[in-house]
Design a protein around this ligand. Structure first.
Ligand SMILES: [Zn+2]
Length: 298
């Protein structure tokens, strides 16, 4: 018995932390899509909210809903939305990072040529489910994160309500306008990172508004052998949830592969995504948090 417990203790001491499991992340992507489109106001939207909250409560010390409303210009009716915010080691940490993704999906497939198709909601396997899937798997690993770092997992609602920009990024804007201390040191936003042919170049707004975070993360990508997926070259300029975070003083980089032919169409489905892509993004973030727990932009 003594030998056995000594042996078990030794194994526990020498165990390397568990790595990001792309199969588990993939499972989260398909689970969200199994609910159907997660359009604000739909039953699937509520189910997805509750699924994210339940999982967050399993792994984080604190997880809560941040409710807000928005009056849609199309119908003049209010739609209820919720950010899901989950905190790990938030109060005690020396450095605090927000890892964000939007969980809502677009109510209209406005990139479809056929008007009947364009009126339907998108599945959002890539544009919605992919970023959430990576965050949910990262959350499972957070028990083995260095103690210096605190993480807020921010699942934003209302990113893709639209159709105009004035009715997008609603959850992130609400979050950024209602920050409670302690304030995050920086943020990393994931959007459309499930594409089979994943390439995430530097997003120009991120470089301009959060240069230190952006450069440090892309340098790290090279160090862990992911420079082909995260090349240090400019991609297209994107309006996304990171803009309100940067405006609120949280330097935030947007990791997005906008080169996706199924964007805002009915074809943004599970078969266009891959577990390997989720695995690459997961590896980038998981290793980043472990290797550089006390890094922050100064
Ligand atoms: Zn979108």
């Amino acid at each position: 018995m003594v030998i056995q417990s000594l042996l078990l203790g030794y194994i526990a001491l020498t165990q390397t932390p568990e790595a990001f499991d792309q199969a588990r992340a993939w499972n989260w992507l398909t689970k969200q899509c199994d609910l159907g489109p997660r359009t604000p106001g739909s039953p699937a939207h509520i189910k997805c909210r509750d699924m994210i909250l339940e999982e967050s409560r399993k792994h984080c010390a604190r997880a809560e809903l941040q409710p807000f409303r928005h009056q849609r210009s199309k119908t003049n009716k209010d739609v209820e939305m919720w950010n899901v915010l989950a905190f790990h080691n938030w109060e005690k940490a020396k450095v605090r990072v927000v890892l964000a993704a939007h969980w809502d999906t677009r109510p209209s497939a406005d990139q479809e040529n056929d008007s009947k198709k364009a009126a339907k909601p998108i599945m959002g396997a890539n544009d919605g489910a992919s970023g959430v899937a990576v965050l949910l798997e990262l959350m499972r690993l957070n028990k083995s994160l260095p103690e210096d770092i605190g993480v807020c997992y921010a699942f934003f609602d209302g990113e893709d309500l639209g159709p105009e920009l004035s009715e997008m990024f609603l959850g992130a804007t609400y979050y950024s306008g209602h920050l409670k201390p302690p304030k995050p040191d920086y943020g990393i936003l994931l959007d459309m990172i499930g594409d089979k042919d994943l390439k995430v170049p530097v997003e120009p707004n991120s470089y301009q508004k959060a240069q230190k975070v952006t450069v440090a993360l892309y340098r790290h990508a090279k160090k862990v052998g992911l420079e082909k997926t995260f090349p240090m070259e400019y991609g297209p300029e994107i309006f996304d949830d990171h803009l309100s975070m940067n405006a609120a003083g949280i330097p935030t980089v947007d990791l997005i592969d906008f080169d996706y032919e199924h964007w805002h169409t009915l074809e943004d489905t599970v078969d266009k995504c891959s577990a390997e892509s989720l695995g690459k993004v997961g590896k980038l973030l998981d290793t980043w948090l472990r290797v550089t727990p006390v890094w922050k932009p100064k």
